[in-house]
Design a binder for this molecule. Structure first.
Ligand code: APR
Length: 320
């Protein structure tokens, strides 16, 4: 059987890390595309030269031509600009929307059967625009945010409790931004909800609130430390988990920015929800009952996503 083909649009910090992880996990051959001449070629060659040491078989190549992504099974999009300190993800709308237009056209022409994972920020609006520009099926175009946001939540919780990250699960809903909704009653340690762990004295409600806020600010915390860019190791690992679930038909239940057609009362927008990812792309959106507070937080988050989508429509009226 021929190897899978993974196309990475954008060969910057996240793109390079994606290529390395895809190689290490032998997910398939990797094509790195970037407008910056030499960057994708250099990263591809560097990673290919690590393959004999780590013992993986994958062909890696770099390109400035969309033709080279032809027939890709998975396309992961990080093209665009990242945040600098003091910027919000929303400050990136105008410039990254133009990038999505080019990328959408390239994918439509050369990889229309691919499962497309968008990482470019502001995520919920960029994935929405990418689906419109590419016109690929909505269940095959998805945004990476929830796996990352819940990984951050899980890390902070495991660190606090001094337990394995493997035994901590987290549930995060909503847009990938300051309004994201970490759901404490569905986040657990070995199946015990955080709300029970507060009653058991593992942490106080105040400490839990602080961890929730740190999760919401998780991206900004890294930006302020790095100063020259945004997070890349955890975002890349998160997208690779989604790609793997698709390529291997694992049917993992993963929180992603998925197109909603009525679920959670949302129609025609992308928003972070639990999904099942398998060979059919997004095979199911898992809809749970929310209590009043949770619903209010989700509605607030959805309003923020709506605002970004409207900003995109003002810039590019054909996106209406
Ligand atoms: N087509 C292809 N590649 C492009 C284009 C374009 N039109 N415009 C920019 N790029 C490339 C840049 O040349 C750069 O190599 O996208 C790459 C982006 O890489 P970085 O600047 O290192 O950014 P990165 O940290 O990888 O983040 C990428 O993901 O998390 C989001 O907010 C982040 O939107 C940002 C994206």
């Amino acid at each position: 059987m021929a190897r899978n083909k993974i196309a990475l649009i954008g060969a910057g910090q996240i793109g390079g890390t994606l290529a390395h992880l895809a190689g290490l996990k032998e997910l398939g051959d990797v094509v790195l595309f970037d407008i910056a001449e030499g960057t994708p070629e250099g990263k591809a060659l560097d990673i290919a030269e690590s393959a004999p040491v780590d013992g993986f078989d994958a062909k890696l190549s770099g390109t400035q031509s969309y033709e080279a992504i032809a027939g890709a099974d998975v396309v992961i999009v990080t093209a665009g600009v990242p945040r600098k300190p003091g910027m919000s993800r929303d400050d990136l709308v105008e410039i990254n929307l133009k990038v999505m237009q080019q990328v959408g056209a390239g994918i439509a022409k050369y990889a229309p059967d691919a499962f497309v994972i968008c990482i470019t920020n502001p995520l919920d609006a960029m994935v929405w625009a990418l689906q419109k520009f590419s016109n690929l099926p909505k269940n095959k175009v998805v945004g990476m945010a929830g796996v990352l946001d819940s990984a951050r939540f899980r890390h902070f919780l495991a660190d606090k409790f001094d337990v394995s990250v493997k035994d901590v699960t987290a549930f995060v809903l909503g847009g990938h931004g300051d309004t994201m909704v970490p759901l404490t009653r569905y986040s657990t340690v070995a199946g015990i909800p955080l709300t029970d762990l507060v009653k058991m004295g593992w942490l106080t409600q105040e400490e839990l609130d602080q961890i929730v806020q740190r999760t919401r600010d998780g991206g900004a915390e890294i930006v302020s430390l790095l100063k020259t860019g945004s997070a890349f190791y955890a975002p890349a690992a998160s997208a690779i988990q989604m790609a793997e679930s698709y390529l291997k038909d694992q049917k993992r239940v993963l929180p992603c920015a998925a197109h909603l057609s009525g679920e959670y009362g949302v129609d025609g927008l992308y928003c972070g929800v639990p999904t099942v990812i398998g060979a059919g792309g997004i095979e199911r959106v898992v809809e749970i009952d929310l209590n009043g507070d949770e619903k209010a937080m989700l509605d607030h988050s959805i309003d923020a996503v709506k605002g970004l989508v409207e900003a995109c429509q003002r810039i590019s009226p054909d996106l209406a």
